[in-house]
Design a protein around this ligand. Structure first.
Ligand code: C5P
Length: 230
């Protein structure tokens, strides 16, 4: 089963309020997306990595990636869309049909480890659908209109991470179904869950955290400065 990865990096990152898209913000002197790109390229199971970036940033990507830009597995960038789901669709349509499994990773998670990527790919090879997720320590409330409507049992609650890895045909079908039904998913797993597919959960690392705001970025800089590595 050939495996390709899509690196979703086309978000504007409005909560960071900077003049560059979030994936191009420098973290320890390298664009945010370069950190997870390196981990994806280092994963032996992955044959190709397709970066999905804002259209205006496609032509300048190679210059920003340094030596990573010459990696044999790196495909030319694809222009993303207005939403994460649109960017996923753009990336998927650029993938040749002979990739049976697709790993989708958010560039906003720079600290994913190659070892965790390999584990979630192995689970998807076995089951067709798998994601990294971390158990939550807080009690989770579903809130509507400022009022608690449900408290799911804490030991069943997990925070979804990426990569999420799926049979490419299931991911394409799930995406088509969501578009036809006018649903927008915040992660890929929801797309295949809606097909009735059982998505297997692989224990994620708490450090595989999403960089959303300035405090997250400051945490990431501190982590790298104290030798945490990327
Ligand atoms: O906005 P959010 O934090 O959910 O974005 C998750 C990931 O999806 C980020 O890596 C972001 O760059 C990507 N994204 C994208 N295209 C968009 C919006 C988000 O590729 N239009």
């Amino acid at each position: 089963m050939r495996v390709a990865a899509l690196l979703l990096a086309a978000g504007r990152g409005e909560r960071l309020a900077l003049d560059v898209p979030k994936a191009f913000v420098l973290l320890a002197g390298r664009p945010l997306l370069a950190h997870s790109l390196e981990a994806l390229l280092a994963c032996d199971a992955i044959e190709r990595v397709v970066p999905v970036v804002p259209s205006a940033w496609c032509s300048g990507l190679a210059a920003r990636l340094g030596p990573l830009a010459r990696h044999a597995k790196l495909a030319p960038p694809v222009a993303g869309g207005a939403t994460r789901q649109d960017s996923l669709a753009a990336g998927l349509s650029a993938l040749p049909r002979d990739f049976a499994l697709v790993a989708v990773h958010d560039a906003a998670r720079p600290f994913v480890r190659a070892e965790a990527i390999a584990r979630v790919i192995a689970a998807a090879r076995a089951h067709g659908a798998a994601l990294l997720a971390a158990k939550v320590s807080d009690t989770i409330k579903r809130v509507r209109g400022g009022v608690v409507v449900e408290t799911p049992p804490r030991d069943e609650c997990h925070a979804a991470q990426t990569p999420q890895v799926f049979r490419a045909d299931w991911l394409r079908e799930g995406l088509d179904k969501a578009v036809a039904e006018g649903r927008a998913a915040t992660d890929c797993s929801q797309l295949v869950e809606a097909l009735g597919v059982r998505v297997h959960v692989v224990a994620g690392d708490p450090d595989n955290r999403k960089i959303t705001d300035a405090a997250d970025l400051a945490w990431a800089e501190r982590r790298l400065a104290t030798g945490g590595g990327a």
